[in-house]
Every structure is written in structure tokens, then in C-alpha cells.
Design a protein around this ligand. Structure first.
Ligand code: FMN
Length: 368
């Protein structure tokens, strides 16, 4: 195709080339219109003319497979158990609380919990599952399925408990009251933090202590995530050789990547889901966590810049190989991290006005 283009440019007059380009533009617009109107045409297009969604489909299917296989607790996060425990916690906080709930998945949940007790699942995670299941069985009413699951649960040993230090140290990991008289951060402080954070591309030649990055990751995971699945990991590269290699992967860093002290890859894990419908959640949850991560860095005096990861096959292949990603793992974004250089400038980056960004909306009948 490229060769044909070059040859045509050589043999045709410039205005003929221009006309040909116009014709090509009109043709592709007509094709787009047809695709936007017809499901059949779209299927044909993506079956025969474009493989744009192929890698996503492979990752989603690979993730679903891993999700089913990981219920046995073979991995450090059992995403099935994580979601099931979350659903039970939601049942426990319901007003009014139903006497009987979770009947359709409680048996599978106890099975998965049992497997996690002896598997490699994170111990805090298992303790949480234990405490929530214990509360559930203490408070739910009678139902043959629940009674059988209760007996099965009671026959299991408790995991050793390690109290959560941040949330509510002395208590079990069960629903609690979040009522607070005074927020711990006032709006002025938060405004100052938001105004201070800017995408910084020029850094001091100074390493960022791992403790600082660890603090930020620990806060990143406090972000909301769909069904509390936290379907991501933060891969940290902070030695010069790795940073140089990883910085070669994305496109938007030309001319300044050589001064990055550290690079982070936020990697989404599709194994968190059994359903195709949730395939976008890794990007939503990953981005929410990334924002908290960057704010947490700012509070420690460290700057950052989000870096785009467009869906380009060759780059995806290179990244998968270099970062040794599994079939279901997809990059959400990269983040460069470092202490801002004194002499480095930052684009002004005008933000949306309040009027542009917010639309108070009501579905009530207007003008009556
Ligand atoms: C998803 C995402 C991708 C980005 N990709 C790049 C990039 O590839 N290269 C770059 O220099 N900046 C990148 N940025 C930074 C944006 O340019 C920056 O956030 C925007 O201009 C607003 O500036 P501020 O972050 O300083 O407020 C990216 C930001 C986001 C959120």
C-alpha cells in the first residue's frame, strides 16, 4: 500500500494527487457512516479488515480463564473471594438488613475461602474474608443452603489475624461507621495540593527513596475500585538501566525521558473478572489509583507525570515482553516520578472553567 502511494505520487501531477486524497477521504467517511449504522457491517469490518480489538479480546478471555482457575487460592489475590466478600459486606450494611441473603453464592464463597486458607492468598485478605463470613453466619437467618455453608465454615480453622493498622486497629475487619465530625483535611489544604500537582517532566538527578514510593502505593490502593477488586499492580523501575529501557516504550516522552529517575507502569489485571462487560474497569480503577498515587507523592515533595499508553500492536508486544506481562495484563498508563528540577518549566495547562465542567441536571419537566 505504502509503495503504491509513493509510485502514484511520482507519476501523477500534484493536483491529481490532491483530488485522489479528497476522493479517499470521502470514501473513508462513507465507510465510517455505513459502519456507524450497521451492526452487520461492523462485524464484517472487524472480522476481515481490522484486528484492532483482537488483543483486547485475547486478554479478556485469558483473564476470564485465570479468574475461574484462581478460585482455588493459588494466587496472592483471590478475585472471586474478594468480590464475594464485598457483596456480603454490602448485604450486612443494607437498611433494613435482610434476614437471608447471598444464598446463590455463599457455598462457592466458603469453598473458595477454604482453598485460600491453605493457598498463597495474602493473609490480611484471608483474615478479612474470615471476619466478614463469621459476622454473616452470626447474623443471617435459617435457610438450608446457609445452614450447610455455616457448618462447613465453622469446621474450618481461623486464619491467624493481623489487625489492620490504618483503619480500625483494635477491631475485626467488618462493616463500621464512617461518621466523622470533622474531615482530617480542610478544603484549603486540598486546594493547595491540587494546584501544586502538575505534570513535571524535568527532574533533579536524585533518586526517589523507595519508602516514598511505597507510601504512595499504599495510599493508591485506598482508592475506590469496582467491587473492591483493585485489579492492578504498580510496577516500579528505579535503576537507571531499567528506567532507560522502560522509557523507550511509550511515545509521548521524546526529548525528556533521559532524565526520569523512576518509571512506574500501572498494569491492569483482567483476571479480576468473569464477565466481558467489566473489561473497562481496569482502566477506571487503575486511573483512580494512579491519581491517589500522584497526590501521595506530592504530599512527600515528589513530582510525577502521567504518560499515555496508546493501543499500538508493536508497542504492546514490546511492553509485554520487556515487562513479562501475563496474557490478561494490560498497561493502563506509565508514570514518571522524581524531584522537580528547579530550572525545569511546567506548561500552564489552562483547566476547564467551572461553568464548562459542571452541569446541574434534572430530569424533571422544565418550564412548568
Ligand atoms: C492519561 C494521560 C496521558 C498522558 N500522556 C502524556 C504523555 O504521553 N506525555 C506527556 O508529556 N504528558 C502526558 N500527560 C500529561 C498531560 O499532558 C497533562 O496532565 C495535562 O497537560 C495537564 O497538565 P497538568 O497535569 O500539569 O495539570 C498525560 C496525562 C494523562 C492523564
Amino acid at each position: 500500500m505504502e509503495k503504491l502511494k509513493v509510485t502514484l505520487k511520482k507519476v501523477l501531477r500534484p493536483d491529481s494527487v490532491r483530488k485522489l486524497k479528497q476522493y479517499q477521504g470521502q470514501l473513508s467517511l462513507a465507510w465510517l457512516r455505513a459502519l456507524s449504522r450497521s451492526a452487520l457491517m461492523r462485524r464484517i469490518h472487524y472480522a476481515f479488515f481490522s484486528d484492532a480489538f483482537d488483543r483486547e479480546a485475547r486478554a479478556v478471555i485469558g483473564g476470564h480463564l485465570q479468574h475461574e482457575e484462581n478460585q482455588s487460592g493459588a494466587e496472592s489475590v483471590n478475585y472471586f473471594l474478594r468480590r464475594a466478600i464485598h457483596r456480603i459486606e454490602k448485604g450486612l450494611i443494607m437498611q433494613p438488613r435482610r434476614d437471608v441473603f447471598a444464598v446463590d453464592y455463599i457455598t462457592q464463597t466458603v469453598d473458595s475461602y477454604r482453598d485460600s486458607l491453605v493457598g498463597t492468598v495474602d493473609r490480611d485478605e484471608v483474615s478479612w474474608a474470615h471476619d466478614v463470613l463469621k459476622t454473616y453466619f452470626e447474623t443471617t437467618g435459617n435457610h438450608p443452603v446457609i445452614s450447610a455453608a455455616r457448618t462447613a465454615f465453622q469446621q474450618l480453622e481461623s486464619p491467624y489475624s493481623c489487625a489492620s493498622s490504618l483503619r480500625h486497629p483494635e477491631t475485626e475487619r467488618v462493616p463500621f461507621s464512617a461518621y466523622m465530625h470533622t474531615p482530617p483535611v480542610d478544603f484549603e489544604s486540598f486546594t493547595a495540593l491540587c494546584m501544586r500537582r502538575r505534570s513535571v517532566r524535568w527532574y533533579q538527578d536524585r533518586p526517589v527513596p523507595r519508602e516514598v514510593i511505597d507510601n504512595a502505593v499504599a495510599m493508591a490502593v485506598q482508592s475506590p475500585s469496582a467491587c473492591n477488586r483493585q485489579p492492578y499492580k504498580f510496577m516500579i523501575f528505579d535503576d537507571a538501566e531499567s528506567v532507560a529501557q522502560v522509557s523507550e516504550l511509550p511515545m509521548g516522552v521524546a526529548g525528556f525521558s533521559h532524565n526520569f529517575p523512576a518509571m512506574i507502569a500501572v498494569v491492569g489485571r483482567l483476571r479480576a473478572y468473569p464477565h466481558v462487560r467489566d473489561r473497562h474497569v481496569i482502566y477506571i480503577d487503575g486511573a483512580l489509583a494512579a491519581m491517589s498515587f500522584m497526590f501521595a507523592l506530592e504530599t512527600q515533595g515528589v513530582a510525577s507525570c502521567s504518560i499515555n499508553w496508546p493501543d499500538i500492536p508493536e508497542r504492546e508486544d514490546a511492553a509485554t515482553k520487556l515487562l513479562r506481562l501475563d496474557a490478561d495484563e494490560r498497561i493502563v498508563m506509565f508514570i514518571s516520578v522524581g524531584y522537580a528540577a528547579e530550572e525545569g518549566l511546567v506548561p500552564y495547562s489552562q483547566k476547564l472553567s467551572l461553568e464548562e465542567a459542571r452541569v446541574y441536571s434534572s430530569l424533571g419537566t422544565s418550564g412548568e
